[in-house]
Design a protein around this ligand. Structure first.
Ligand code: AHR
Length: 495
């Protein structure tokens, strides 16, 4: 007889979805609030242990989870940024995009192109540069590329780069053109943005002679704004402008306090977060309708759960959009990453917003303190999916969030990685794992992120309240997932 309390999860081993790009585990570091200054950057002369000015503890912990790519310098900030302010000596202090909303904090330009590239090298990530279109010109964008990419000694800007300490060119494979151009990035129509994109892309691609190593991304829609995607792709489909991806932004907006929630608010947040699955399928389907699925493969370059009640982070509201992250955010992040893995043929990159002290941050830092949030641990648990081959998973009785187990699976080098999220606030759920089309070892090594109090979070005073435990599981028997938990398992295939 069927056991109604048991959820059957079936991995269809022969059904390969595609390669899980490491870039699905990407990050975003904008010059906003406390992300850069007193977040990742403390300065070379700081008493706080640092590597070339970057917070050593954060660098080491970030490196440990293999961040594939980091988007920089914004966000909205990119739309009013002058790259040449951030190179060389005597850097000017400017108002930034966020100055008016950010306690009047100005932009020192202490972190510019060279420093950010150094940060990427320290943590082992590829840089993804966002170029503004509202306040700059294609020529300024080309100059930035010239400065970064031209071979040693070949141009005046390459010589300037050398004078500034870096004779060889930088390796910057990803270039985004514009940010949220339907909103604060110029409040454009999709058609008018598409014309801007054409101008920028024509000039920028010429700089790299269509070398396939470089990827140019067009600025896509906000959430369910499908009209934007239709207007953008309709205008770009017949153009010569190069394009290797289209961004989508999705914030799981929540009008409440991140620390205080009822079970209903837990489910509200997860249901809202789960919407990303449907919307990414629809944006991709529109791209397919224009035969542009290769050119417009999705780049979800901002995603996260954004609570409007501010001031719950350690800076108590000083850092713009800084918020605490609880187990609810860990479950939300684990569920979202499973969705990306399960649609890895449609999504080429995803960047959680943001790395430190902002929205769904992996770190909270300030002064001598630097802690990891539950979201950091989720990225740690999921890192073995990077470069794996996604495998189709079927889960029974999974419609209601109250008893949903979100799952994804991938294979790499004879090891299956499974990540499971029990979305239930109230109930432990037992899962019966089955593999079709292959045979596996019944002993699985894994990690479990859970807490007896689902409101738990890490703070400067208690940095390890939420952290994973490692163990071995016998998957020939049903395994128990505590309510509101995230689990990662590694299973060896028998050949
Ligand atoms: O992530 C914070 C801001 O949210 C970004 O600058 C902007 O792109 C988005 O609206």
């Amino acid at each position: 007889m069927e056991d109604l309390d048991m959820k059957k999860i079936v991995l269809l081993y022969p059904e390969k979805i595609g390669k899980i790009a490491p870039e699905l585990y990407g990050h975003f570091a904008e010059h906003i609030g406390g992300v850069i200054y007193d977040g990742i950057w403390v300065g070379k002369n700081s008493d706080i242990p640092n590597l070339h000015g970057f917070r050593k503890e954060l660098v080491e912990k970030l490196r440990a989870i293999h961040p594939a790519v980091i988007r920089w310098p914004g966000g909205c900030f990119a739309e009013a940024y002058r790259w040449y302010d951030g190179v060389g000596e005597n850097r000017p202090v400017r108002p930034s995009w966020w100055t008016s909303r950010n306690c009047g904090r100005t932009e020192s330009n202490a972190v510019g192109t060279h420093e950010f590239i150094e940060f990427c090298e320290l943590v082992g990530a590829k840089p993804y540069f966002a170029v503004g279109v509202t306040s700059t010109t294609p020529m300024e964008a080309r100059d930035w590329m010239d400065y970064c990419l031209s071979p040693r000694g070949s141009t005046t800007l390459a010589l300037q780069r050398e004078k500034n300490g870096h004779p060889e060119s930088f390796d910057i494979p990803y270039w985004g053109i514009g940010n949220e151009n339907w909103g604060e990035g110029g409040s454009m129509t999709p058609e008018s943005y598409a014309m801007e994109y054409r101008r920028f892309a024509m000039v920028m691609e010429n700089m790299v002679k269509r070398d396939p190593k470089y990827h140019f991304f067009a600025g896509g829609a906000d959430g369910r704004h499908y009209e934007w995607t239709r207007g953008l792709l309709g205008t770009l489909s017949g153009s010569f402008a190069t394009m290797q991806g289209m961004s989508v932004h999705f914030y799981c907006n929540n009008s409440k306090n991140p620390l205080e929630y009822t079970p209903d608010e837990w489910y509200f947040t997860l249901n809202r977060g789960a919407e990303i699955e449907d919307l990414l399928c629809r944006h991709y389907a529109i791209a397919q309708g224009y035969c542009m699925e290769d050119r417009a493969k999705l780049v979800i370059d901002e995603w996260g759960c954004w609570y409007t009640d501010s001031g719950t982070g350690p800076s108590k509201g000083y850092n713009l959009y800084e918020q605490q992250c609880t187990m609810r955010d860990a479950v939300y992040a684990g569920m979202t990453l499973n969705i990306f893995n399960n649609h890895c043929e449609k999504v080429q990159m995803a960047n959680i917003a943001q790395l430190c002290n902002n929205i769904s941050g992996l770190f909270l830092a300030g002064g001598e303190h630097c802690i990891t949030t539950p979201i950091y641990h989720v990225f740690d648990l999921y890192q073995n999916h990077q470069n794996g081959t996604g495998i189709r998973v079927l889960t029974e009785n999974n419609d209601e969030m109250k008893n949903r187990v979100s799952v994804s699976a991938s294979e790499k080098g004879g090891i299956l990685t499974l990540t499971l999220v029990n979305c239930s606030y109230e109930n432990e759920q037992e899962v019966d794992l089955q593999l079709l089309g292959a045979d596996w070892n019944s002993r699985a090594a894994g990690q479990l992120l859970t807490s007896s109090d689902l409101h738990s979070y890490n703070s400067f005073e208690h940095p390890d309240t939420v952290k994973p435990v490692s163990g071995m599981w016998d998957i020939s028997h049903p395994i128990a997932l505590p309510a509101g938990s995230v689990m990662s398992l590694q299973v060896r295939l028998n050949h």
